[in-house]
Design a protein around this ligand. Structure first.
Ligand SMILES: Cc1cc2nc3c(=O)[nH]c(=O)nc-3n(C[C@H](O)[C@H](O)[C@H](O)COP(=O)(O)O)c2cc1C
Length: 359
């Protein structure tokens, strides 16, 4: 059966109006280094909803203070952070979009300068508030500080932090949760043999390296209500010999399906630098379809999908079930309105105030 870009997608109790979604994108804009969303975030996420996106996935949001990539990340380890997200959720809903949140732990890539901060790059200096990073093994990401190996107690704390953040996300009214297990952050670090040299049950073979992710999936699934979809973002390959490859990730996807995950968001890379990544239009789409075939789950494709007909092709030819447009949505939050005209789609998708833009 073929689908189209503007066809709704149902996952559990959630029906999303179309298949053009916004992937998580860190904005490093918590003003006071308190993890709390500001008016910037309301404007930023609200504009995607107004522009006609199906679902918006909020940026990597740290489950604990030490889980932040930078001091300016959003967090969800306390109730004040949760409460500041409520207006964003409400605004998205008022404009017909579903809204989710990416829960993240930066692992050995934590404690760095925010992406566009002139103060420095790489690991934070002690005088700029550096903290000790945590990882499966004391193997540094190239160029960053050496992390501390998580012990059994530390692993329990990570599971608990994801569960508490998921509870707060549900309380704030988010429609779905995405767990960040890609791009070289903590859960990807456990999955990848490049960063996981553990000899306990959380290391070794693929089942061992996937154990923490599956534990968190089970614990989060048990915490949120049955109708709420759970997504996982994976890096389908490390792009280097001896790293994670798409066959292994397909197997992880099949396990995730058995553990109640509803959709896989298939990205790649991020755990080793430099890596020979063949970047180009739609370059990760084949990875998404391979993971879809291996796991049996719906997938989202992401990465340089920038044009309406290109996006439609990915969906209509059955390569993926959703397309995520990151930088293109930063350039043009109204991409869905533009795509609907280009594809001559005439259904209901647009925020009422903007309805005349379609005629
Ligand atoms: C500014 C920016 C911030 C990003 N932050 C995140 C993030 O928080 N979590 C994540 O999984 N990916 C993040 N990414 C990756 C995007 O989600 C997406 O996978 C990537 O940009 C490729 O898609 P695109 O070519 O459509 O932009 C970020 C990308 C950009 C440009």
């Amino acid at each position: 059966m073929t689908h189209t870009l503007f066809e709704p997608l149902t996952l559990r109790d959630l029906t999303v109006r179309n298949r053009i979604w916004v992937p998580p994108m860190c904005m490093y804009s918590a003003r006071a280094e308190d993890g709390i969303a500001t008016p910037f975030h309301l404007m930023h996420y609200g504009s995607f909803a107004r522009g006609g996106a199906g679902a918006i996935i909020l940026e990597a949001t740290a489950v604990a203070p030490e889980a932040r990539i930078s001091p300016r990340d959003l967090g969800l380890w306390d109730d004040a952070q949760r409460d500041a997200l409520v207006p964003i959720v409400q605004l998205a809903h008022e404009h017909g979009a579903a809204i989710g949140i990416q829960l993240a732990h930066a692992g050995r890539k934590a404690s760095t300068y925010p992406g566009f901060d002139a103060a420095g790059e790489g690991s934070l200096a002690p005088q700029d508030g550096a903290w000790r990073t945590l990882a499966p093994s004391p193997i540094p990401f190239p160029g960053l500080e050496t992390p501390q190996q998580l012990d059994a107690e530390g692993i329990e704390a990570v599971v608990e932090a994801f569960v508490s953040a998921a509870r707060r996300a549900a309380q704030a009214g988010f429609d779905l949760i995405e767990l960040h297990a890609a791009h070289g952050y903590l859960l990807h670090e456990f999955l990848s043999p490049l960063s996981n040299a553990r000899t306990d049950e959380y290391g070794g073979d693929l089942a061992g390296r996937a154990r923490l992710l599956l534990r968190i999936v089970d614990a989060v699934r048990a915490e949120i209500h049955e109708g709420m979809p759970l997504l996982v973002r994976l890096s389908a390959t490390d792009w280097v010999e001896g790293g994670l490859d798409v066959e292994e990730v397909g197997q992880v996807g099949a396990w995730l399906a058995a553990h109640g995950v509803d959709l896989l968001d298939v990205s790649s890379g991020g755990n080793i630098h430099p890596a020979p990544i063949p970047v180009g239009p739609g370059y990760q789409v084949p990875l998404a379809s391979a993971v879809r075939a291996a796991s049996g789950l719906p997938v989202a494709a992401v990465g340089m999908i920038d044009e309406p007909f290109q996006a439609e092709q990915v969906i209509a030819t059955g390569l993926a079930d959703v397309v995520l447009l990151g930088r293109e949505m930063l350039r043009d939050q109204n991409f869905p309105i533009r795509a609907a005209r280009a594809l001559r789609f005439d259904g209901h998708y647009i925020t009422p105030q903007y309805a005349r833009a379609h005629r």
